[in-house]
Unconditional design. Structure first.
Length: 249
């Protein structure tokens, strides 16, 4: 089996080392005997979404985010079609904002976005920084991540996470992220696939079985990642460790 991962704006949207998500995904796929090709896409390139199995975008500065958006808007219809057809997307940090209706900047200027989803983003003068513990709609274990955002998302009906601890899409919000079909978007950085081995395993299995539902998986090598996850939960979310041990997590 061959899988092509497109890393969009690897040079512009990698503010927090988010390329680690791509490396983690590649490593686990290759451990399953799958041949992986990484296609690097940035401004000036002409993307061909029909050739990609998985599209990733990470976090960047506000200036770099707008550069990426300007380029991606040229392929607005192709992006929408890819998402509606079930192409896999993982977007983290403020790259998520590109997929809403618009971004309202600090000068109250409205910047048109891809409008794949009906939410909009408002850039604020405050910053929301916190560790986060969230529960997803699609898997049992809690997910962890780090939030460092100066924008809020409003009007989101396709939220991905229920916030257990931390900050949601806006102050006092209990929802975070966007999930629809095979599109997964979140402000959580970390990188999220490295910090959440069960989410990484989930992504690998979903992606592979979308191409071959009878694929025979080998044992996943996630010992180090699981240990780091367990240690973080023990140190920061002690009250949830007992839930986890009881089998409810």
């Amino acid at each position: 089996m061959n899988i092509t991962i497109a890393h969009f704006y690897y040079d512009l949207l990698n503010l927090y080392g988010e390329s680690g998500n791509v490396k983690a995904l590649q490593y686990q796929l290759e451990n399953q005997g799958i041949r992986v090709k990484i296609q690097f896409v940035t401004i000036g390139d002409t993307p061909d979404f029909s050739k990609y199995d998985f599209i990733y975008m990470g976090a960047g500065t506000e200036a770099n985010q707008k550069l990426a958006l300007k380029h991606l808007m040229k392929y607005k219809d192709e992006v929408k079609n890819a998402i509606h057809q079930g192409k896999f997307f993982l977007v983290t940090g403020n790259s998520l904002e590109l997929f809403g209706k618009c971004i309202i900047n600090k000068n109250e200027k409205k910047v048109r976005a891809l409008h794949v989803f009906d939410f909009y983003t408002k850039e604020e003068n405050f910053r929301m920084v916190d560790e986060a513990l969230v529960k997803s709609k699609f898997m049992k274990p809690y997910l962890i991540g780090f939030q460092n955002q100066s924008s809020v998302i409003k009007g989101n009906d396709n939220f991905m996470f229920e916030v257990i601890k931390g900050i949601g899409s806006f102050p006092n919000s209990k929802i975070e992220g966007v999930q629809s079909n095979n599109f997964y978007g979140t402000y959580l950085i970390g990188p999220i696939l490295v910090r959440n081995p069960e989410f990484l395993k989930y992504m690998v299995k979903k992606l592979v079985t979308s191409k071959n539902e009878n694929f025979k998986f080998q044992r996943f090598n996630l010992t180090l990642e699981n240990k780091a996850y367990q240690e973080f939960m023990k140190n920061y979310y002690k009250e949830y460790v007992s839930i986890q041990k009881s089998g409810q997590l």
